[in-house]
Design a binder for this molecule. Structure first.
Ligand code: MRU
Length: 353
């Protein structure tokens, strides 16, 4: 399986997703601020992977602390959490992972554990977040495979693969799950302007796995659907509101509208850690805006004239009514989402992190 991110004794190691597919190089972060910077600059990206990186960055930062008392350690810990929280606002897995680390710290401190024991506990919690994410993706893949026809042409947008998670992927997990069940799958990967996660990362992952892959630019999906060449759309998510409205990579909304126009089922695959019941609907999801340079340039080549204004929202919101189902590690949830998503958490209270 692809090594997206791993913790080693005094570093957090991640494959540099800005450099793929041309170069396969690894970035070694030695401090929490270095991990935060790696998240912000998209060395690592994808909602679940961002959560794992933040948790590992927090554990690393605390591990390196020289504080000898719990109170001083707690102050440092909270500063590191704030640093991580300021990296990327839309992916709710980031805040979910930080909350888990805060709970682990509080439980450990309340139990009167030593500084060294607290450090061990945080390392273990970060590793658990990593391992649970892989398990969730595999479960999602198994559930999602059921909605994939025996001979399927699937369109996906952005990269919701092994690189965007601790491994295996959410949307690409569904594709991998279908392939493992013996289905014949051909994938269309949207290029995904401006950061090109589809052309660079999704295609790289799928080709490595020997899955039939065709890259299209974002403006080609309408023509493809109109020609009857797409059976199913499956995408990932950065945050799913309580009513099912889903924030995902910019361009997802357009794909969903086109899918509806052509009667093609549009599925979202995401772990429960991406579902945010505290956000009532899509209008309340904060949307990150990124630098103009991502739009004006590809690598070092300038495409657009200086002086033009640039709008670069990293995500859009697909309204719940366009979504055929939300594939999670606990099964597939359907409309009305306000009820089904709430039930998903109630049923599993106590077993969820
Ligand atoms: O800006 P990115 O590359 O972090 O955006 C990633 C996406 O939009 C993914 O589809 C989403 O995070 C789901 S990843 C399993």
């Amino acid at each position: 399986m692809l090594p997206t991110i791993a913790r080693e004794a005094d570093t957090v190691v991640m494959i540099d997703q800005r450099k793929l597919p041309a170069q396969e190089i690894y970035v070694r972060c030695k401090t929490a601020p270095e991990v935060a910077r790696a998240i912000k600059t998209m060395v690592i990206r994808g909602a679940p992977a961002i959560g794992v990186a933040a948790a590992m960055g927090i554990a690393l930062g605390v591990r390196r602390s020289k504080s000898t008392g719990t109170q001083k350690l707690a102050a440092e810990f909270h500063k590191i959490c704030e640093l991580m929280a300021a990296t990327r606002p839309t992916a709710v897995n980031l805040f979910w992972a930080i909350e888990r680390m805060k709970r682990a710290f509080a439980e450990s401190a309340q139990a009167g554990q030593s500084v060294d024991q607290i450090k061990d506990r945080l390392d273990a919690e970060a590793q658990a977040i990593h391992d649970e994410d892989v398990a969730s993706c595999r479960a999602m893949g198994a559930y999602g495979a059921e909605v994939v026809p025996a001979d399927a042409r699937i369109l996906t947008h952005c990269n919701a693969g092994a690189l965007a998670t601790a491994g295996y992927g959410t949307a690409l997990g569904v594709i991998r799950g279908a392939v493992e069940k013996g289905k014949r799958v051909a994938v269309f990967a949207d290029e995904t302007r401006p950061f090109l996660q589809g052309a660079r990362l999704t295609a790289w992952e799928l080709v490595r796995d020997g899955i039939d892959t065709t890259i299209i630019t974002d403006n080609m999906s309408g023509a493809l659907m109109r020609q009857g060449r797409v059976d199913l759309v499956v995408v990932g998510a950065d945050r799913i509101a309580a009513n099912g409205d889903t924030a995902n990579k910019i361009g997802t909304y357009g794909v969903a509208v086109l899918a509806r126009q052509h009667d093609i089922p549009f599925y979202v695959a995401a772990p429960l850690s991406t579902i945010d019941l505290d956000t009532p609907d899509g209008r309340h999801i904060p949307i990150e805006e990124r630098s103009a340079r991502e739009v004006t340039h590809v690598g070092s080549s300038q495409l657009a004239p200086a002086g033009a204004r640039i709008w670069n929202p990293a995500f859009d919101v697909t309204p719940h009514e366009l979504i055929a189902g939300i594939i999670t590690e606990r099964g597939i949830f359907r409309a009305p989402y306000t009820e089904s998503l709430k039930r998903a958490f109630e049923q599993h209270a106590g077993t969820l992190g």
